[in-house]
Design a protein around this ligand. Structure first.
Ligand code: G3P
Ligand code: CA
Length: 344
């Protein structure tokens, strides 16, 4: 007898039509507080952001700690590679003063303390397994998550496919994202191979082939773009159909999303001719379409393009029904009118 082991059904991270962009707070609210610390995570929470990104690396003695760079030099008062320092040495470092004096004394968090913070203070963790990790390091990271029963509140991402394979092996229930600085030749293929919930390219890489969104969505895979901090790009990426933005400015993106939710949806209104209007050959007919947005509008009469306001020579129209369509921002309205035989 063959036993079939069912794969866990994971939540979809693909955005519903009209829904706001998902916000992933990059290293916490890192534009406002020291990155990858309890303070920057709290900034993101207070902005109402659900998902907070942190980077995890092992110390010399194998303790997972939250730090982005290979060394502690930039973001602490110490020096040296994180993998050459013990957890006890890292615990002595000041991870706040480099950002502002008011943050003096802030520590490099262990993954354990950061997960405890999520349990006590709320939020979900986008955990990047950063840099090289031996298999046992990834196993330990998963143990920290499992030990707290937090699988439903953690999303793992990495540039390293091997790390994602190990996570899949140790924790098949965890959603996975593949980070990319350059696009794969066929992203859905690697997404299927790794069992990804998300494919996460840089803004630059995505800009080369934005059509990957359609292909990945067809495969049920979300697309999140990093690291994007300006509203013009948020606007363009929303239109391109991406699902989420990884940003250093989560509070600002939350505000942008709120404005997006209040935005009037671009729509056309066909004012002339009116639906069902009866037109005699030779009668004056002007095509007039209202547009509530600055978006360009495309108008057709029986499938042929027409300029808004154009006067139509009705003697050239055959007797019977004709169709006017107007399309703005992908939304189309249409009416039909009838050309009738001249009344005697
Ligand atoms: O979440 C995407 C981003 O974190 C990847 O780049 O260097 O900031 O970890 P990096
Ligand atoms: Ca990261």
């Amino acid at each position: 007898m063959t036993l079939t082991v069912a794969r866990p059904v994971r939540e979809s991270f693909v955005r519903e039509p009209g829904a706001p962009l998902r916000i992933w707070a990059h290293r916490g609210g890192s534009s406002a507080a020291p990155e990858n610390t309890a303070a920057s995570d709290e900034v993101a929470r207070r902005a109402g952001v659900e998902w907070i990104e942190n980077d995890v690396q092992p110390t010399k003695d194998g303790v997972p700690v939250v730090l982005h760079d290979e060394t502690v030099d930039r973001t602490t008062d110490g020096t040296g590679a994180i993998r050459s320092l013990t957890a006890a040495q890292v615990a002595e470092l000041d991870a706040g003063s480099w950002f502002a004096p008011g943050y003096a004394g802030l520590r490099v968090p262990t993954l354990a303390s950061q997960l405890d913070g999520f349990q006590v203070r709320g939020g979900n963790l986008l955990l990047e397994i950063k840099g090289a990790h031996p298999r046992e390091s990834v196993a330990r990271i998963v143990d920290e998550i499992h030990g707290r029963g937090m699988s439903r509140r953690v999303f793992v991402q990495s540039f390293e496919p091997e790390h994602l394979r190990w996570v899949r092996e140790f924790a098949p229930e965890l959603p996975l994202g593949l980070l990319r600085s350059t696009l794969d030749p066929d992203p859905p293929v690697i997404a299927k191979d790794l069992g990804l919930s998300a494919y996460n390219p840089s803004e630059t890489a995505f800009g080369i082939r934005p059509d990957i969104v359609a292909d990945l969505h067809a495969a049920g895979v979300a697309v999140n773009i990093w690291t994007v901090d300006n509203p013009a790009s948020w606007n363009a990426l929303e239109r391109a159909g991406v699902d989420g933005i990884i940003t250093n400015r989560p509070a600002e993106l939350a505000g942008w999303n709120a404005a997006f939710g209040q935005r009037v949806k671009p729509a056309a209104t066909i004012l002339s001719p009116t639906a069902g209007e009866l037109i005699e050959p030779g009668q004056r007919l002007r095509v007039a379409v209202g547009n509530n947005s600055p978006e360009p509008i495309a108008i057709t009469l029986d499938g042929a393009p027409v300029v808004n306001g154009a006067s139509i020579d009705t003697t050239l129209l055959t007797t019977g029904w004709h169709t006017v369509t107007a399309t703005v921002a992908g939304s189309t309205v249409e009416i039909t009118f009838e050309v009738i035989a001249p009344r005697l």
